[in-house]
Design a protein around this ligand. Structure first.
Ligand code: UDP
Length: 370
């Protein structure tokens, strides 16, 4: 065998595994079906701005080891995610904090806000059974109607009553004037873009782009002892038990000849009529400046549209409802029986992983495997 490991997919999971394996003296090869490295964290320079082609990724973590790990490869800036919601022209601060409650109800103290929410949450009896009940029990019906329902139903294409509760628990609810979108200890954007992070991780590692492993399985299985597969688990098994559902997103990007379009990196459109879920203005992830600290005269914006995944689309978000999770478990049984093939990452494990969690999971796997 020529290689110890063949890694399928050049996203974060694959890149971390490749780096760690190479550092242990293993011979590794990465094959990637797209024409670029870095998976969905891929960035591309347009008008001096690092554009996140597959949507916004803000690195955040509580895990010091993971933070130190990524900082070995690239510097991170001090970006803090402070998105806002635009509901029919009204601007609300996200996540749900005293700024949001003040705008929604005019209240100025935590006691007033808590009183309103505790009144509104009374409509939910017992343990919340779905995203709608969970949202109302966290922040009440007014916020649910204006800031959650429209956005969530556009993003997921499903009624909030049909979605799992964990999705809305991703967002903090705070009775303080703190509008940092995350609770994480560490947060930032890779200076120069995430492509640079992955490129630096892959130093000295052989990568073949435009190579679809699933179409050349026989050949690629013959070149390595073991395979790390980070593509969609159902695709690996040729969808033989049925297709798992994913959401995919599509972007309409424009270069505008103005320096500032919306004054924020991310603005969510939370009504149900606006067809896009959010608008990304990429320059604000790096404070509107190029790498030399010069103000950029133009701006690049991307409108994000969400839809159900079809076979020709890139899968983005696993739909982790009961039906799909139970199908995934059946695929996982098959995966566990495969000899010398290991499944990892958002698609390989059908899991709504954040970047730091993917890296953590890859590093944990490396500890066992290498
Ligand atoms: N969400 C919402 N309104 C918003 C932003 C988020 O209702 O303005 C809900 C929505 O259901 C979303 C979930 O919160 O799927 C988690 O949001 P997050 O920003 O974590 O999603 P991601 O960054 O993964 O797209």
């Amino acid at each position: 065998m020529k290689y110890d490991y063949l890694i399928v997919g050049c996203g974060l999971y694959g890149a971390v595994f490749a780096r760690q394996a190479a550092d242990k003296g293993k011979k590794v090869l990465i094959v990637e079906k797209r024409n670029h490295i870095a998976g969905n964290v891929y960035t591309e320079k347009v008008e001096g701005i690092n554009v996140q082609k597959y949507g916004p990724h803000i690195f955040h973590t509580n895990n010091k080891q993971v933070w130190n790990y990524v900082n070995k490869f690239v510097e991170f800036n001090r970006f803090t995610n402070l998105p806002v919601a635009n509901y029919k022209g009204e601007i609300y601060s996200l996540p749900f904090s005293m700024f949001t409650f003040n705008k929604m109800w005019g209240c100025t103290t935590p006691q007033e806000a808590e009183k309103i929410i505790s009144e509104q949450r009374k409509e939910v009896q017992g343990v919340p059974k779905n995203l709608e009940e969970q949202a109302i029990s966290l922040v009440g019906r007014d916020i649910f109607e204006k800031l959650i329902k429209g956005y969530t139903e556009k993003q997921w294409g499903r009624d909030c009553k049909e979605l799992p509760t964990f999705i809305i628990k991703r967002l903090p609810v705070r009775f303080v004037y703190d509008n940092n979108y995350y609770n994480a200890l560490y947060q930032g954007i890779a200076v120069g873009g995430y492509t640079k992070l992955v490129k630096n991780m892959l130093d000295g590692i052989e990568v073949r782009l435009n190579e679809d492993y699933l179409k050349k399985k026989q050949y690629y299985n013959s070149v390595a002892d073991k395979i790390i597969y980070t593509g969609a688990i159902d695709a690996y098994f040729e969808y033989k038990l049925g297709t798992l559902q994913y959401r995919t997103v599509r972007f309409e990007s424009e270069i505008l000849d103005i320096p500032n379009f919306q004054g924020d990196a991310i603005v969510n459109y939370t009504d149900k009529e606006t067809p896009w879920t959010r608008i990304i203005e990429h320059k604000w992830f790096e404070f509107g400046k190029d790498e030399n600290g010069n103000e950029l005269p133009k701006t690049v914006i991307s409108k994000e549209f969400s839809k159900e995944w079809n076979i020709e689309d890139e899968p983005y978000y696993p739909v982790n409802d009961e039906k799909n999770n139970s199908l995934y478990l059946k695929y996982k049984e098959l995966a566990d029986k495969e000899q010398n093939v290991y499944f990892g990452g958002r698609l390989g494990e059908y899991k709504y992983y954040d970047m730091d969690a993917v890296i953590e999971s890859a590093l944990n796997f490396c500890k066992k495997e290498l």
